[in-house]
Design a protein around this ligand. Structure first.
Ligand code: NAD
Length: 446
């Protein structure tokens, strides 16, 4: 890592107020708190700069998204009236490659959120060392209150409005909150129709018949398996002798449970909104999955103790895997967490205050920005396969995912040891360093 003049002592000033830069890093996508999430991004950059001391000129561009676009998206609704939605696309940084980041459909989508989410995507892609920058976008709408037809029209018009800003070598969207493989299929079709040829590489997270990758759906859970295994190794433990509790049984939680169980870990508790089920002997996860598919909840699974979600978080397990939503581990419950290791499956499950408490208690927290990066890694593989026009077997996807996740884990771990910081701080240092390195190599155009 480069050392040079300190950005802080160069009179660059700190983008965050002085009191703030000392606080722990914020999680990847923190809970919607009272402050602008982009302030958290600026704070993370300053914190990494405190350790790296990059050249001030290299650091400055990192505080500014490369491109921020707001478009209006007029759509004919089913009842015949015209509604105008607001759409966004932010390309944060493309020094390491084209932008990569999801499309979010949610009533709260706004420019500052997109800026922050785009920056976090840039950090995440740098940590797993894939040739992408960070991007994010979305439309302020409520997909739960819209028909399929309305959703399709919003998607097609939004993509038409940002048509010049996306593309397989420019900026590649993917699913995010409120969007799905179905929506990605409309993105691919709209872009391809406007181009006049089929371009599957414009978007990832597509259905498999349209150029999606095998292994994409469970990629985040599988990445968590690899990261959990590597973390345990560093504390001289192995999966088969370890106990795990998982909060959330959706895409991420249920796949992580299935794969950890298959790898021999004792998954003693899982939960969803209905509550948590607990069995100290370990749950029979394939049967829990079948029960969940049948009933739509884990609650009531025979032979288990019912706990509430707070009790699950307090269980004395080796690994706690929050995989539900942001802001679950807080200043209120952090001191009651007995897990030795927390592997963040969800985005931003730990508040900054909780982070500090956990650090003091010696809990090892593996940050979301590393732990749940399996999804974007397989998105990268999908893009490679689309551009190549040749598709890999699932075993090949899994093998390459493992390679990427283990390398990223090792890089974060050695950064942690080298700078004697926590794993979250190490992840941000690594990301900022890699992006600055690319910027320095490219130099300043014109
Ligand atoms: P999902 O909607 O499929 O599942 C969410 C699960 O959490 C559901 O089982 C729901 O019942 C449960 N849940 C909600 N509130 C809860 C609560 N208070 N207590 C316990 N359980 C609760 O979502 P997902 O795709 O699995 O994503 C989960 C988290 O992982 C989110 O933070 C998401 O941003 C993050 N993430 C997802 C991916 C991905 O590939 N899907 C990738 C990276 C990060």
């Amino acid at each position: 890592m480069k050392r040079g003049r300190s950005a802080m002592s160069d009179g660059m000033g700190s983008a965050a107020p002085p009191g703030r830069v000392r606080s722990a890093f914020k999680s990847g996508t923190p809970a919607r708190v009272h402050r602008n999430p982009f302030d958290d991004v600026l704070e993370q950059i300053e914190r990494a700069a405190d350790v790296l001391h990059p050249d001030a000129d290299a650091l400055a561009p990192l505080r500014h998204p490369k491109r921020q676009v707001i478009v209006s998206v007029p759509v004919k609704m089913d009842d015949g009236h015209l509604k105008v939605f607001e759409g966004y696309r932010v390309l944060y940084d493309n020094s390491r490659g084209p932008g990569k980041g999801g499309i979010r459909y949610h009533p709260d989508v706004n420019l500052d959120d997109c800026k922050a989410l785009a920056a976090w995507m840039a950090w995440k892609c740098a940590i797993v060392d894939i040739p992408f920058g960070g991007a994010k976008g979305g439309v302020a709408c409520d997909p739960l209150k819209m028909s399929d037809g309305e959703l399709e029209r919003v998607t097609r018009r939004y993509i038409s409005e940002i048509f010049d800003l996306i593309g397989p070598t420019v900026d590649i969207p993917a699913p995010d909150v409120g969007t799905s493989p179905r929506v990605m299929a409309w993105v691919m079709d709209t872009f391809s129709m406007k181009k006049g040829y089929v371009e599957p590489g414009v978007v990832t997270g597509k259905p498999i018949p349209l150029g999606g990758s095998s292994g994409r759906l469970e990629a985040t859970g599988r990445g968590l398996l690899f990261v959990t295994r590597e973390t345990l190794k560093r504390v001289h433990r192995e999966l088969p002798e370890s106990t795990v509790a998982i909060q959330g049984f959706g895409n991420v939680g249920s796949n992580a449970a299935r794969l950890l169980h298959a790898a021999g870990a004792r998954v003693v508790a899982v939960s969803d909104v209905s509550g948590a089920i607990y069995d100290t002997r370990g749950l029979d996860i394939p049967r829990v999955l079948a029960y969940y598919r049948e009933t739509g909840q884990v609650r009531g699974f025979p032979g288990t103790r019912l706990l509430d979600n707070q009790e699950l978080l307090r269980l004395p397990v080796d690994v706690l895997l929050p995989a539900a939503m942001e802001g679950q581990i807080t200043a209120e419950n952090a001191s009651e967490i007995h897990a030795r290791i927390i592997v963040e499956g969800a985005n931003g499950p730990t508040t900054p205050q909780a982070d500090e408490i956990l650090m003091q208690r010696g809990t090892l927290v593996v940050p979301d920005i590393l732990a749940n990066a399996g999804g974007v890694v397989v998105s990268y593989f999908e893009w490679v396969q689309d551009r190549y026009g040749y598709f890999w077997k699932e075993a090949e996807v899994i093998e390459r995912l493992e390679e990427k996740m283990v390398a990223a884990f090792d890089a974060v771990w050695s950064t942690r040891e080298r700078f004697e910081v926590d794993a979250r701080t190490a992840a941000y240092i690594l990301a900022v360093d890699r992006i600055i390195e690319a910027r320095n190599l490219r130099g300043l155009y014109a």
